[in-house]
Design a protein around this ligand. Structure first.
Ligand SMILES: CC(=O)N[C@H]1[C@@H](OP(=O)(O)OP(=O)(O)OC[C@H]2O[C@@H](n3ccc(=O)[nH]c3=O)[C@H](O)[C@@H]2O)O[C@H](CO)[C@@H](O)[C@@H]1O
Ligand SMILES: C=C(OP(=O)(O)O)C(=O)O
Length: 421
């Protein structure tokens, strides 16, 4: 298990390329199951989660070729309709193979998913949507067993609350269902638009992605296509916060402000300057104090839960107090005790954390508990005095491509070290 050693206190200057979004790449890769032709995906990040999903898709019969950041996926035949526990438990997005397998084969057996341990994370909305489209579903020994005796058919589905995964899952299943599906109270994240764009390029008939009502007119089959994965807004926001904490100026290549939703205004209130320019998003923090600013996480365009931990690291160094409320996941404050090891002053009360900004944080050994929590410790470590050693780096490797190299290239003193324990 690798660790990351960080010597804090260096400002960050230069250019850093933002990779393709993990949370989009994983879903468009799954879309390859919907066609017998080749789906070519560009700008796919090299991440542990992507490698894990390749393993699952290969198990299902997908031929996968990788050349740099381009993946070619061909699913001539689905050779297995079972997605086993050992793979699906490691990654939430892999559960979304259920709908596409069902749409093509009429039956599927898929393990209940895993992913970051940030809450209970049930899949009831996914299952209700598939049932509304005609699937018959049973749960047995930790597996979802689904069949479609009469095929999938279009349905009107109103989600009781916004779910990114359930919106994506329903969109994929509906693409091959008979008739029209209307998804109401759908998620509006950039990853939803990216998946819809990919499906449309494959011949799907989808309108309204990025709004709360998505209409999908089912087609008999989809065909091959080439699609470029959207830039990773969470990686972009994380590096913006690293600049906020450590100071400096970065051009985040391939990034753009609109991907941040309302988080752009929050970051500016906190003391950063953001500007779109040709080639990327410029982020600056020079000699200005960080301002304590309250935040509540919400579905897009609200402040992303996947940036909450990193924002808390930034607020730990603010002038003044901020209140950060986590409204999406019930257990997403595991970074708090670790940030406190660096000297942060944080008090949790239910869904909200009150952060009293400190002038300095001091380096310490800390442990990553999940993907975004790892990044919050790195943001804090880049600003802290002395050495911070972040252990359990495998969480980070799920979602941040070549983080150590990228940070080194803009002047950070970070080094990946092998853990001897
Ligand atoms: C691989 C991927 O893209 N992961 C992202 C996706 O996760 P994911 O798609 O799992 O997140 P959802 O938007 O579905 O979850 C939102 C909330 O709904 C609940 N829920 C969801 C589905 C369901 O059937 N029942 C239910 O109760 C969840 O427990 C959570 O409290 O969106 C989250 C919210 O932006 C992000 O933090 C994750 O990084
Ligand atoms: C929570 C995340 O991922 P997953 O949904 O795969 O657990 C994340 O990307 O922050």
């Amino acid at each position: 298990m690798d660790k990351l050693a960080i010597i804090g206190g260096r400002e960050l200057y230069g250019e850093l390329a933002i990779s393709g979004a993990k949370n989009s790449a994983l879903k468009v890769m799954v879309a390859a199951l919907l066609t017998a032709d080749t789906l070519t995906l560009e700008n796919v990040p090299d991440l542990a989660d992507v490698r894990q999903l390749i393993q699952l898709l290969t198990h299902l019969g997908v031929e996968v070729e990788r050349e740099g950041s381009t993946l070619s996926l061909t699913t001539g035949d689905i050779s297995s309709t079972e997605a086993p526990y050992d793979i699906v438990r490691k990654m939430r997005a892999s559960f979304n193979v259920l709908g596409p397998i069902l749409a093509r084969e009429g039956k599927a057996r898929v393990s209940l998913p895993g992913g970051c341990a940030i809450g209970a994370r049930p899949v009831d909305l996914h299952l209700k949507a598939l049932e509304a489209m005609g699937a018959q579903i049973e749960l047995d020994e930790g597996y979802v067993i689904a069949t479609t005796p009469n095929g999938l058919r279009g349905a009107e589905i109103t989600f009781p609350f916004v779910s990114v995964g359930a919106t994506e899952h329903s969109m994929m299943a509906a693409a091959l269902a008979v008739g029209e599906t209307v998804l109401m109270n759908a998620a509006k994240e950039p990853e939803i638009i990216d998946l819809a764009d990919c499906l449309i390029a494959m011949g799907a008939r989808i309108e309204g992605a990025g709004t709360e009502t998505i209409r999908i007119k089912g087609v008999a089959s989809l065909h091959g296509a080439t699609h470029q994965v959207v830039a990773d807004r969470i990686e972009m926001g994380s590096y913006a916060m690293a600049v906020g904490a450590a100071g400096g100026e970065l051009l985040l290549k391939n990034g753009r402000r609109a991907l941040l939703g309302e988080a752009d205004v929050i970051l500016e209130q906190a003391g950063l300057t953001l500007s779109d320019e040709e080639g990327g998003l410029r982020v600056t923090k020079w000699g200005r104090p960080t301002v304590g600013t309250n935040v509540e996480t919400a579905p897009f365009p609200g402040f992303p839960t996947d940036l909450q931990a990193q924002y808390m690291a930034l607020m730990s160094l603010a002038d003044g107090t901020s209140v950060i409320c986590e409204k999406i996941f019930e257990n997403r404050f595991m970074h708090v005790p670790e940030l406190m090891r660096l000297g942060a002053d944080i008090h949790i009360d239910g869904q909200c954390a009150t952060v009293k900004g400190k002038k300095v944080l001091k380096g310490a050994p800390v442990m990553a508990t999940d993907l975004r929590a790892s990044m919050s410790l790195i943001v804090a470590g880049l600003a802290a005095e002395g050495q911070t050693m972040v252990s359990r780096l495998y969480h980070l490797d799920r979602g941040f491509e070549r983080l150590d190299e990228k940070l080194q290239s803009v002047g950070a003193l970070v080094e990946r070290v092998k853990d001897e324990d």
